[in-house]
Design a protein around this ligand. Sequence first.
Ligand code: ADP
Length: 362
Amino acid sequence: MNNLLNIDILTKTFDDMPVGVGIFQVTDLDDIESIQYVFMNKVLLYEMRKTKEEVFGKKIMEVAPEAYAHEAGLYVIETYRKVAREHETINLGLVQYSNHMVAGTYECSVHHIQDNYVYVMLRNVTELEKAKNELEKKNKELSEFAYIASHDLKSPLSNISMLVKMIESDYGETLDEHAITFLKFINQSIGRMKNLITDLLEYSTVGNKKEVTQIDCQKLVETVEQDLESTIKETDAQIEIGTLPTLNGYETELSSLFQNLIINAIKFVKPGITPVISITAEKDNGWRFAVKDNGIGISTENPSEIFSIFKRLHTEKHYEGTGIGLAHCKKIVDLHEGKIWVESTPGEGSTFYFTIPQKESA
Ligand code: ADP
């Protein structure tokens, strides 16, 4: 036997690997029944519930004839022959096995070694896939719950708001100072609750429309700027927009992302300071954006905590808000499979970075 296929060397090399490795000899390239096992590491033998004595040097047809009768098994065996013939690597992705010996989901690829020899790499991802599906289901349920809960809260809140207005108009003249102050507080709380509901609703619907389009970020940010015109005028904020790219992404969500970051950059400044904001982008395995401000900065030991829902570093009294904005931003960046983080010098300003990876260069 060729040195490369010395069983002892193979066992020492591959036995303790966490993936299944198996080497096959395709004796006759035109006959899938001629394929035989040369070597299998511990993981693969375990998956097959076999010992090496039962398989090494034996034909698949002798050891596991049922593989030929089973669609997934036949597909993999056919792939051994194809790879042996065409000297290429074939990534089969996820393969579902369900026969009496093997059952589950496997990530599988077949590689060429030399004439008539191929090897397969197999990873049992059954539990991982189950957990992934479960997680997706739970996330969906959670989003639906947040949507329904916030949606249903709107109507009693509108009733309260209407009743307060009726009290004000019907009894306005008879109300004493205390009652007027209480009504003012109720109105403030209603306003805050409305903001929370709107933000929660937006947060829970990120990516619902799941449509990737080509987006001109320059135009997108200019539109966001127009939408924020009154806030920008009120605060005299100066916003400098660098050259921004065109890329593939979720338009509504990206618009929300820029809007949230710009609103925060305007909001979190020291009183009396004019907000100066710059928005730039650099190519980086897709694009890396930076939204830089001259605000109060972030003085927490762990700045990444501000991306958690409801996390705020300031009280409502100093800077109003719901604590959902940056969690919303993170959800949007996650949807694009990017990353978001902040670098900041307290008292001088912060720069929020986020990446939007691109499959092909856009
Ligand atoms: P909100 O703005 O409603 O409070 P966010 O989720 O947008 O909620 O932000 C969370 C917290 O992160 C804010 O309360 C604030 O403490 C901090 N933060 C966000 N953006 C900035 C910024 N540009 N400069 C300083 N602090 C910021």
